[in-house]
Design a protein. Structure first.
Length: 295
């Protein structure tokens, strides 16, 4: 573990300024409705893309079938570094780069984004105890995990403890992306295809918050569809989470961003993907940045 601790120290030193900026930008109780825009870079097979998350299936032996089932909203002709540099210039700290499949091309693309802005972005997608440090050493402020801390649909506390021991609570984001079933929101794993036994509640969120620095929650039922936000989910996150929490899913207009601000009582940040003009949508990125700066 000595080598891991050394890596943590080196990586922490290089990204400490970014971490302080994240804390300064995070919404906090008692300071008014201060939701922030958290940008994203979604990466699939080495390209920056926007994909309907619910169409991501576990890889099978028939890759052509997997590709045919995938609904892609946008494929960028720009490198990931172009996006992270833009976010850096606009001061949008605390966004996330997500690998939708951890193939070598996607890893290389993720590394480019992280190294362009050390300490400015979080990294998720296939993160576990064997590879987490390489992303932090490459410049990620935090690593984001879901599936690697679940076993057979159950939260594996030993795996979570091992990850916390390796990277530190202050550099870990838990992705509690969820789908609705029987009146509750259940965390989904394995490319959002598998329902876990973990239902979101004030108790479960408070308990998990002891092991991480932030939460990321995709409303999978509306993610990538530009159908509007899951307002009920946002409201619950605002009520339950004691930590900074970012919601993603369905946002398409500035009104949707305002709904997140209001429903989440200013304690829930927002990610916008497919709707942005930089990802082929109709919502001007510059308008969202202006909204962010006016909070």
């Amino acid at each position: 573990m000595q080598a891991a601790h050394t890596s943590v120290s080196k990586s922490a030193a290089s990204t400490s300024q970014g971490l302080r900026s994240v804390k300064a930008a995070a919404a906090s109780p008692g300071t008014g409705l201060r939701s922030k825009f958290r940008p994203c870079i979604d990466i699939h097979k080495g390209k920056v893309k926007q994909i309907v998350g619910s169409t991501l299936n576990d890889l099978s032996k028939d890759s052509a079938k997997d590709e045919a089932a995938l609904k892609t909203n946008f494929v960028s002709d720009k490198p990931s570094s172009w996006y992270s540099e833009m976010y850096r210039k606009d001061g949008l700290v605390g966004g996330h780069a997500i690998m939708l499949g951890a193939d070598d091309a996607s890893k290389a693309t993720a590394f480019k984004a992280l190294r362009t802005w050390p300490g400015g972005m979080q990294l998720g997608g296939g993160v576990n105890v064997t590879n987490a440090m390489q992303y932090l050493d490459a410049g990620a402020s935090h690593v984001i995990v879901t599936s690697s801390v679940f076993t057979n649909g159950e939260l594996d506390e030993d795996k979570l403890k091992a990850l916390v021991k390796l990277v530190g609570k202050e550099r870990l984001v838990l992705d509690l992306s969820c789908r609705s079933r029987d009146g509750q929101y259940y965390v989904v794993t394995d490319r959002w295809q598998t329902f876990s036994s973990l239902a979101l509640s004030q108790q479960s969120i408070e308990e998990l918050s002891k092991s991480c620095d932030e939460l990321l929650v995709h409303g999978v039922d509306v993610e990538g569809m530009q159908l509007g936000i899951d307002e009920k989910l946002v409201e619950l996150l605002g009520q339950w989470s004691p930590l900074p929490v970012t919601y993603a899913g369905g946002a398409r207009t500035l009104d949707d961003l305002e709904k997140v601000r209001q429903a989440g009582s200013g304690r829930v940040d927002i990610t916008v993907g497919s709707a942005l003009d930089i990802f082929g949508g109709q919502l001007p990125y510059s308008d969202v940045v202006a909204w962010h700066n006016n909070q």
